[in-house]
Design a protein around this ligand. Structure first.
Ligand code: DGI
Ligand code: FE
Ligand code: FE
Ligand code: FE
Length: 187
């Protein structure tokens, strides 16, 4: 799969704004990737495809994930989470992606997880801070990302956890574990 093919297939499945967000994630992910010794081509493909399943019917994603032991855990925690693990499956079965770094970074891009790889960190943070994002507090996370990627991820996870709690919705356990993992490692 080359970049142009990947861009073509997501363009067909995403809204115009979501496509713009995707291009922002690509740009930011490539920028963040410079601080790691990783494969920029894989970072770019993962960024382009990360929201591949964003507009799939929730029932279709639930059905897919219900049969999977690990991914089945996502179902109870909110429909917004499902496009990440579902997208990781669909890019394998529909787009022929087999690379484990691409697949896992898409799988974990919404929730994060403890012990993230460089690929997982780059996509997680790029999704949060890309230039089109306007969350409260995003500016501070962008600034932190200039000097410390782990600390920026801690801020992003903390914001998300606080946001979820303020709405009285469940927090996926791996999101909390990701926060604890990085906060303790960073001390
Ligand atoms: O797909 P994007 O909009 O680009 O961004 P995303 O994949 O980070 O999804 C953001 C949504 O996911 C937002 O509505 C908050 C929600 N979310 C993130 N972490 C959790 C969560 N929802 C629940 N219930 N639990 C989480 O841990
Ligand atoms: Fe997403
Ligand atoms: Fe996204
Ligand atoms: Fe640090």
């Amino acid at each position: 799969m080359d970049k142009n093919e990947a861009l073509q297939i997501v363009k067909e499945q995403l809204t115009e704004n979501r496509y713009k967000h995707t291009l922002g994630v690509r740009e930011t992910a490539l920028y963040l990737a410079e601080r790691f010794d990783i494969d920029y081509n894989k970072v770019e493909i993962a960024a382009i495809l990360h929201d591949y399943a964003k507009y799939r019917p929730v029932e279709e994603m639930r059905e897919l994930l219900r049969g999977k032991e690990e991914a089945g855990r996502f179902i109870a925690y909110g429909d917004e989470l499902l496009h990440a693990p579902a997208g990781a499956y669909f890019i394998q079965t529909e787009a022929g992606i087999a690379d484990a770094d691409i697949v896992s970074s898409i799988y974990w891009h919404t929730t994060g997880k403890p012990n993230m790889t460089a690929y997982e960190k780059v996509l997680f943070l790029a999704d949060y801070i890309e230039p089109n994002r306007t969350f409260p507090g995003v500016e501070k996370v962008r600034e932190m990302a200039e000097s410390d990627i782990d600390a920026a991820i801690v801020m992003a996870l903390g914001n998300t956890i606080q946001f979820l709690i303020s709405k009285n919705v469940p927090v996926f356990p791996d999101t909390l574990a990701a926060y604890n993992d990085l906060v303790m490692e960073h001390k």
